[in-house]
Design a binder for this molecule. Structure first.
Ligand code: F6P
Length: 323
């Protein structure tokens, strides 16, 4: 293999740049030519493909976002779109790909390999940490710390005004961000998609706390929770407890930006190198990850189809720690 392409796809995450840097520098180290594909599969289809060298990735390790830009491509989900992408790669002589993204990214890479035989090795880049095959995804640690910083600030004002705050954090299908935010932020309640938390439980817990002279409360809600979003949960609770003063904060995309933490820079650098090593070793359709300190490669099909379960004990911990 002489020439490879690297791209970021799906929701961006802090540390993607550190990973791009590691891929490019490692490729140069091994004497490979490396091309940056802009805007994920969308840019691959359009031919937004540019030569990179060691200097292209100078001074980016500390930056949030992705210098390669990112996108979610509907066209790549069609056979016609994938054919255009293949033609572009052929024109540029690209023989292997490194994809930094989440399950949508790896689903696309898997189909692409089946149809056109282009091998892809992936690095898990998503703040959600919901990918099977790695303990942590690139950007997760930063996102949690960003959210926690905001929650600490909300706690100050919640306490000053004797209020209950319903704070929504990201995680479309998972509570991985919500759990450390709730435990680390000293929340009374956490609501995540993996476990069912009824509105009755929320109301009872807040009422019990209120009757014990607690005056301010934090409820952390993962955006994908089955009970609804933070506004819906707050409205139902406020209806039952009209004497409480409720407010809603949706942390949203603030969690996706910012300078990556040391842990994310380390992880991204390690996995970027592992992706290049993986391609050179003949791996295809596998994601590099770290499990219990060990570098591992997991087939895309497993990262896509298997669930990374959250220990339900964490939800109990929130309960215990807020008595
Ligand atoms: O997958 C990462 C993520 O930030 C999710 O937590 C969230 O549900 C989603 O992306 C938001 O996507 P978009 O930026 O397209 O609105």
């Amino acid at each position: 293999m002489k020439r490879i392409g690297v791209f970021t796809s799906g929701g961006d995450s802090p540390g993607m740049n550190a990973c791009i840097r590691a891929v490019v520098r490692s490729a140069v180290y091994h004497g490979l030519e490396v091309y940056g594909i802009h805007r994920g599969y969308k840019g691959m289809i359009k031919g937004e493909i540019y030569r990179m060298d060691s200097h292209s990735v100078s001074n980016i390790i500390q930056k949030g976002g992705t210098i390669l830009r990112s996108a979610r491509s509907k066209e790549f989900m069609t056979p016609e779109g994938r054919q255009k992408a293949y033609e572009q790669l052929q024109q540029h002589g690209i023989e292997g790909l490194i994809a930094i993204g989440g399950d949508g990214t790896f689903t696309g890479a898997n189909i692409f390999f089946e149809e056109y035989g282009i091998p892809t090795v992936g690095a898990p880049g998503t703040i959600d940490n919901d990918l099977y095959g790695t303990d942590y995804t690139i950007g997760y640690d930063t996102a949690v710390n960003t959210a926690l910083d905001a929650i600490d600030k909300i706690r100050d004002t919640a306490d000053s005004h004797d209020r209950v705050f319903f704070i929504e954090v990201m995680g479309r299908d998972s509570g991985y961000i919500a759990i450390p935010c709730a435990i680390g932020g000293g929340a009374e309640i956490v609501m995540i998609p993996e476990t069912e938390t009824s509105i009755e439980y929320v109301v009872d817990t807040l009422r019990t706390g209120w009757n014990r002279s607690k005056t301010s409360f934090i409820v952390i809600i993962a955006e994908g929770d089955e009970a609804g979003n933070a506004s819906q949960v707050a409205a139902q609770v406020q209806h039952e407890l009209p004497y409480m003063d409720a407010r809603v904060t949706i942390l949203g995309h603030v969690q996706r930006g910012g300078s990556p933490t040391a842990a994310d820079r380390m992880l991204a650098s390690q996995l970027g190198i592992a992706c290049v090593d993986g391609l050179l070793a003949g791996r295809k359709c596998e994601m590099a990850g770290i499990i219990s300190g060990e570098l591992t490669y997991t087939p895309f099909i497993e990262t896509i189809t298997k669930d990374k379960l959250i220990n339900p004990q964490y939800v109990k911990m929130v309960d215990i720690l807020s008595v």
